[in-house]
Design a protein around this ligand. Structure first.
Ligand SMILES: [Zn+2]
Ligand SMILES: [Zn+2]
Length: 185
């Protein structure tokens, strides 16, 4: 496992050996310093770390993940940078795509929705982990629950500096907005 940068395949494990063991056999895997691309302008603020347990079941491999990372976000009111801790807990059973002994493809028609191991007996946890992280992105992230946001007059953060603006300082383009705001309150 590489120590930095994007490490492709770090959440993919070959489970052929585990499939050859008795049901109930398991593997405990440490996950450390893993970075994956998230797309959608979403950025990790910390590498993914934690534990994954793979258990050989009667049907395939049960993967349980207990991972932590963090998202780099901006406050939806004041635009401050936020680091949002994210816990990723997954439990998913993967069924083989091929018969381990014969190498023949197994029928998948009866359970099209179920997760599958690859043709190389690999369990790919990267996609479900990516989806779980993407789903944890809040619609309107806040730097703190009572963030007052930006001053409607000067555009500075309301919790920084002084905002008792004299009337003649007001940008006429913002005057209407300010009046609307006062009426609204
Ligand atoms: Zn804020
Ligand atoms: Zn202001």
């Amino acid at each position: 496992m590489t120590s930095s940068g994007s490490n492709e395949g770090a959440l993919v494990w070959n489970v052929a050996g585990l499939l050859g063991e008795e049901p109930g056999a398991d593997r405990l895997l440490d996950v450390a310093d893993v970075r994956i691309g998230l797309g959608d302008d979403l950025t990790l603020a910390a590498p993914i770390a934690g534990r994954v347990r793979l258990v050989h079941t009667n049907r395939g491999i049960l993967a349980g993940a207990d991972l932590r990372t963090a998202l780099q976000l901006a406050c939806s009111r004041c635009l401050r940078d936020i680091v949002l801790p994210v816990d990723v807990r997954l439990q998913e059973e993967y069924l083989p795509a091929l018969d381990l002994a014969t190498g023949r493809p197994l029928p998948t028609d009866d359970e099209p929705e179920v997760a599958r191991l690859t043709d190389h007996h690999e369990l790919d946890l990267e996609t479900p982990v990516r989806e779980a992280i993407q789903l944890s992105e809040p619609i309107a992230p806040l730097c703190r629950p009572d963030c007052p946001g930006l001053c409607i007059v000067c555009g500075e953060r309301l919790d920084e500096g002084v905002h008792d603006h004299p009337d003649d300082d007001i940008d006429p383009r913002l005057e209407a907005l300010r009046g609307f705001h006062a009426d609204d309150a």
